[in-house]
Design a protein. Structure first.
Length: 75
């Protein structure tokens, strides 16, 4: 499922695939988000081969996360 929303602080639309976390991750920097296995990640945007932006649906936090810790949800 692809959702598009406006991110106010970035003034641009963010569209993306919904992902689910397959591992727990603890943020290492202020611009990263923490999540646990099973969390849904929305409002995603791939930024390079290993990282992406996204919003953790459970917490509402938005930031960078490692792309290899999540996989696309097929609905």
């Amino acid at each position: 499922m692809v959702r598009c929303t406006w991110v106010i602080d970035r003034c641009t639309p963010v569209c993306g695939q919904v992902y689910v976390a397959v591992y727990d991750y603890t943020a290492g920097d202020d611009d990263e988000v923490s999540f646990v296995e099973g969390d849904r990640i929305t409002d995603t945007e791939v930024i390079d081969d290993g990282w992406m932006y996204g919003r953790v649906q459970r917490t509402g936090e938005h930031g960078m996360l490692p792309a290899n810790y999540v996989e696309p949800v097929s609905e």
